[in-house]
Design a protein around this ligand. Structure first.
Ligand code: PLP
Length: 402
């Protein structure tokens, strides 16, 4: 085989299909959000960012930066080992205790990312629980899919948010068969939410464990920002809550929270937890500072939700159809990868608005889209300017195609 030829061919197919990923080289500068410096092919240029997962801007928050800097000065840059071998620091333990309390659970466990938290936990559960069967929503994140697949446990994929389908699958098994229902509370690409109360009801009826990914909900929902389960008063009924620090918390890393025995089990059996260096203590300290702020001050999340309403009002005013999701995520479906790329190119090059096109396999073919995330830092003027530019970009690209 000519390996290089193979790689080049595969890449050129992606290019022809409009699915080749082009990274925007950005400098998100503290104090300047929502603007960033884009290192364009023709030189640096200021742009407005409309697709960051730093939903509340916590990665630039002075308390978070302070905590990080102080912890780096005190503890250094790295953890120095796996959790078991010299890599457990006071900051890890403090963060795990705070996370457990935040979610109303006995215990919590840190991972290097949200991806690893899902993959490692589901792998450990599926591999080691005898005859375990997973019931996984068809729109679950890649990390959930990989964790379940790699465990080689038996699995069923239920139709998205479809409780009748889930129940029909659960019903096939006797109560004593171990079952785990896996869902995401806020789906990242459609912005819709899982029917958590119904999932819990089914779990209780069929004696299943529940595993819920709150990655796009922590920091944003619930009286203390602990997520959708907190908002709905359901935290206690979910067996394992998984989330991360990379979105609204503004740092990096992932975790699970649950009853002490489940968390200790994952800690003891998950290779993705055991055989990797722990998060830098400074990262844990920064995440802790961010969560503490979020727990005690809801201003940022209130401002975020106000801006989501403003964005949707402006899109309506410009006649732009969007998915009116119940969350903070606003998808505008383009339906074709090349059209999607053309629109985002015009937005960026002509109007200085950066939205990354979302293509297959992140979304199904034909569902290519802009996934717009407004933040508390965007002004009404920014939002109006963006909606007007998007309308102009849609007109320009449809004229060019005609
Ligand atoms: C639903 C969901 N779960 C997990 C992850 C992975 O989180 P992380 O970026 O911390 O690895 C993501 C990231 O995009 C996500 O959208």
């Amino acid at each position: 085989m000519d390996y290089l030829d193979f790689f080049k061919n595969q890449l050129s197919q992606l290019k022809v299909q409009g699915r080749y990923r082009i990274f925007a080289n950005l400098e998100r500068i503290v104090g300047k959000a929502p603007y960033a410096l884009w290192h364009s092919p023709t030189g640096p240029r200021q742009v407005t960012v409309w697709c960051s997962n730093d939903y509340l801007g916590m990665s630039h928050h002075p308390q978070v930066i302070d905590a990080l800097q102080q912890a780096v000065a005190q503890y250094g840059a790295g953890a120095g080992g796996t959790r078991n071998i010299a890599g457990t620091a006071r900051s890890h333990i403090q963060l795990e205790n705070t996370l457990a309390t935040w979610h109303g659970k006995e215990s919590a466990l840190l991972f290097s990312s949200g991806y690893v938290a899902n993959e490692a936990s589901l792998y450990a559960l599926g591999t080691n629980i005898p005859d375990c069967v997973f019931f996984s929503d068809e729109k679950n994140h890649a990390s959930i899919i990989h964790g379940i697949k790699s465990s080689r446990a038996h699995r069923h994929i239920f139709k998205h948010n479809n409780m009748a389908d889930l129940e029909a699958l659960l019903r096939q098994y006797p109560p004593q068969t171990p079952k785990i229902i896996v869902a995401v509370s806020v789906y990242s690409m459609d912005g819709d939410m899982a029917p958590l109360a119904d999932i819990i009801t089914l779990a209780k009826r069929y004696n299943a464990l529940t595993f819920v990914d709150e990655v796009h909900a922590v920091g944003l929902y619930g009286p203390t920002g602990a997520g959708l389960a907190e908002q709905l008063g359901l935290s206690e009924d979910i067996d394992i809550i998984q989330a991360n620090f990379a979105k609204a918390i503004g740092v990096v890393g992932g975790y699970i929270a649950g009853q002490a025995a489940v968390v200790d089990y994952v800690r003891s059996f998950a290779p993705g937890f055991i055989f990797t260096t722990s998060l830098p203590p400074a990262t844990a300290a920064a995440a802790h500072a961010s969560i503490t702020h979020i727990q005690h001050d809801s201003t940022l999340r209130q401002n975020l939700h106000t801006n989501v309403n403003e964005l949707r009002a402006q899109l309506r005013a410009e006649g732009i159809p969007f998915m009116d999701a119940p969350s903070h995520i606003t998808p505008v479906v383009m339906g074709d990868a090349i059209h999607c790329r053309n629109v985002t190119d015009v937005l960026l090059n002509t109007y200085g608005h950066y939205v990354q096109p979302i293509n297959y396999p992140t979304v199904p073919l034909g569902q290519e889209r802009l996934r717009i995330t407004v933040t508390p830092a965007h002004s009404t003027q920014d939002i109006r300017g963006f909606a007007q530019a998007l309308r102009a970009a849609l007109i320009a690209t449809s004229q060019a195609a005609a």
